[in-house]
Design a protein around this ligand. Structure first.
Ligand SMILES: Cc1cc2nc3c(=O)[nH]c(=O)nc-3n(C[C@H](O)[C@H](O)[C@H](O)COP(=O)(O)OP(=O)(O)OC[C@H]3O[C@@H](n4cnc5c(N)ncnc54)[C@H](O)[C@@H]3O)c2cc1C
Length: 410
């Protein structure tokens, strides 16, 4: 049998199929295994999410959770971690549940996956882009590559999504799946950075706001919020908060007019911040408004924020009127970051959309439309949040797809 794509899902599919006795050829466009695993987590690879499996599954949107649940129970987060630690990988779990290798290198993760494939006898063909999936009257008949065809009645499609196209993922699978009769849910950015429309304030790139709640609003209504860090980039914003709200914004791209603001003191009510500011001004009458703001935001952002709310950075605390103090409190509780220009799909950790989940059996990953075709990983319409969830989904769906294909092939 053939597995197309040697990413997270394809590796697990090929390995598990071979363990179940199949002769497996794993075909990969690039010259290496797991190109996206290598860049995951900033090269550190957040390989799983710790905690009760049900809460890991429920981090996905409800229809996606229903779909991935059977696969996640076949390959739970604890088992994923065990597969790596039994091969010597030391891992640690952050307070937020994210599991990383102790030595913080994704290379170790990929090397272990390579060892599993080697031992299982999987034949790997690198630098072999697949061009299409071949069909005959019975169903799938093989794949056509740049260097000839490979015949097989069982093909696992694991070519991923279309973000980071330089890593090899250029959305090839969706055209093939469509030709074979599948419906493709429109592809949208998810877990992606945002470029701001230029009419917003000029934020200093590289500066981060820690532990804030970023809120996205459209037509006066809040459409998404996420609590974590926010990073200013050359053209906009990134960081976990931004990735967290990006999918909901991308889904509204045609509506336009989405704005972002950040609550910089999410654990304090507005009245508490007001009282804190008044107390600070009373205790430090000769200090300036910029010193006051410096208590809450990084120094390099102080002037920009004060400029936004029209307060002179040199103004003494004792001279700040109640109205001005309130403007500062309002900025801290809802700093206007700017209007969204674009959610940048190509720079996203995943894309939302893909092969419709209604057309794939979640217990086997068999296509319900095309005999002999199995689908797994990001090519499907599944996109979890940041935190090791997406590798969980890719590993687990790949694991199941490989096993089913091997059973059918025997
Ligand atoms: C920057 C970044 C950081 C991330 N960090 C994390 C993280 O820390 N934790 C986490 O859980 N998730 C993370 N993700 C998401 C995670 O990497 C993906 O969800 C996961 O890799 C998807 O697995 P996949 O096997 O479906 O696709 P991929 O891993 O993308 O693999 C698809 C493979 O198919 C190959 N291919 C494509 N087209 C063809 C073709 N025509 N012929 C042959 N081969 C082809 C590609 O070259 C690629 O090797 C991150 C993603 C990015 C981009």
């Amino acid at each position: 049998m053939v597995v197309v794509g040697a990413g997270a899902a394809g590796i697990f599919a090929a390995w598990n199929a071979a363990r179940h006795g199949a002769r497996v050829t794993l075909i990969e466009k690039t010259d290496r295994l797991g190109t996206k695993i290598l860049i995951s987590g900033g090269g550190k690879c957040n390989l799983a999410h710790d905690g009760p499996l049900e809460s890991v599954i429920k981090a996905f949107r409800p229809n996606e959770a229903v779909f991935i649940r059977p696969a996640c129970y076949r390959l739970p987060n604890t088992e994923i971690v065990r597969l790596f630690t039994t091969r010597g990988l030391q891992v640690y779990t952050r307070d937020d549940g994210r599991v990383f290798p102790v030595h913080q290198t994704a290379k170790d993760v990929v090397q272990i996956l390579a060892s599993y494939l080697r031992e299982a006898g999987v034949k790997i063909r690198f630098q072999t882009p697949v061009r299409r999936i071949l069909m005959d009257s019975a169903g799938v008949a093989g794949v056509e590559t740049d260097v000839g065809t490979v015949e097989s009645q069982h093909v696992v499609l694991a070519v991923g999504g279309s973000s980071y196209p330089k890593s090899g993922t250029t959305g090839d699978g969706w055209d093939w799946a469509r030709e074979l009769g599948h419906t493709i849910v429109p592809i949208r950015a998810a877990l992606a950075p945002i470029e701001l429309a230029i009419n917003g304030p000029r934020w200093k790139p590289g500066v981060a706001l820690r532990d804030v709640v970023l809120k996205a609003r459209a037509q006066g209504k809040e459409v998404a919020r996420w609590r974590d860090d926010l990073l200013f980039t050359h053209r906009g914003v990134s960081g976990p908060t931004v990735l967290g709200v990006s999918r909901a914004i991308a889904e509204r791209e045609n509506e336009g007019g989405v704005t972002l603001n950040a609550d910089l003191v999410p654990d304090s009510a507005f009245e508490t911040v007001q009282a804190e500011i008044a107390a600070w001004c009373a205790t430090n009458p000769r200090k300036t408004s910029s010193s006051l703001l410096g208590e809450y935001v990084p120094e390099s952002l102080v002037e920009t924020v004060l400029g936004e709310i029209g307060i002179d950075p040199a103004q003494r605390a004792r001279d700040l009127s109640k109205k001005e103090r309130n403007r500062i409190a309002e900025a801290l509780k809802g700093l206007s970051i700017g209007a969204v220009g674009e959610v940048v799909l190509e720079k996203g950790e995943v894309v939302a959309g893909g092969v419709s989940l209604d057309e794939v059996d979640p217990h086997s990953m068999r296509s319900r439309v095309c005999p002999g075709l199995y689908l797994c990983g990001e090519v499907l319409d599944v996109a979890g949040p940041v935190g090791g969830y997406n590798l969980q989904a890719a590993f687990a769906t790949g694991f199941v797809a490989g096993e089913s294909a091997a059973q059918d092939a025997s």
